[in-house]
Design a protein around this ligand. Sequence first.
Ligand code: FMN
Length: 199
Amino acid sequence: MAKKIIAITGSYRQGGVTDQAVAEVLAGAREAGAETGTIDLIDRRVEFCSNCRSCTQEPGEKRGACVLNDDMESILSAIDAADGLVLAAPVNCFNVTAIFRRFMERLLSYAYWPWGALGPEMRLRARRPAVLITSSAMPSLFGRVATGAIRALKGTAQAAGFRPAGSLFIGMASMKERPSLSEGEKRRARALGRRLAAA
Ligand SMILES: Cc1cc2nc3c(=O)[nH]c(=O)nc-3n(C[C@H](O)[C@H](O)[C@H](O)COP(=O)(O)O)c2cc1C
């Protein structure tokens, strides 16, 4: 059966470099025989976590039920059914975009954190592979150390039960109004997609 690879994107615009990189990774995954799908967070209704922690009270591997009624349940069901994940968000103000952080906070249901416990314990082992993608105005080498983007994407993957299997940091992405990926970046993105489908 074909592997299912799902991308969650936290970019604010279609056709930007983050979007282009996701498209290349998914094309690579399809070349390797996977089925792919994309969820653009900007098109979904994702409310702020209310910090009520009712989703964290029951033990076990099954994620807790959230009291909010929005699109998160369908997004999380798609993630749960995936064999591989692509997580993508540009750097805004030295970290992933606000829309992506809003999504991140809602992954609390993957944690067991009863009242009285100091901190959360993740319900799932990070076994399935994930590819992490971000982009920034600053050069990528600088962006990797000076921003929290890769760390945020990694934590997000692990919370949902995925282990980082590769990352792509597209630097110098703000020189043009409509930037495009270099040929090298396209090649790297495709290779990551093929690796994701083969893992
Ligand atoms: C509000 C805002 C904040 C930004 N903050 C940063 C930043 O802190 N560091 C950086 O290198 N680039 C920053 N950028 C540049 C974006 O990271 C860059 O334009 C991004 O790669 C665009 O991705 P997209 O083409 O997918 O939309 C910022 C851009 C905007 C609009």
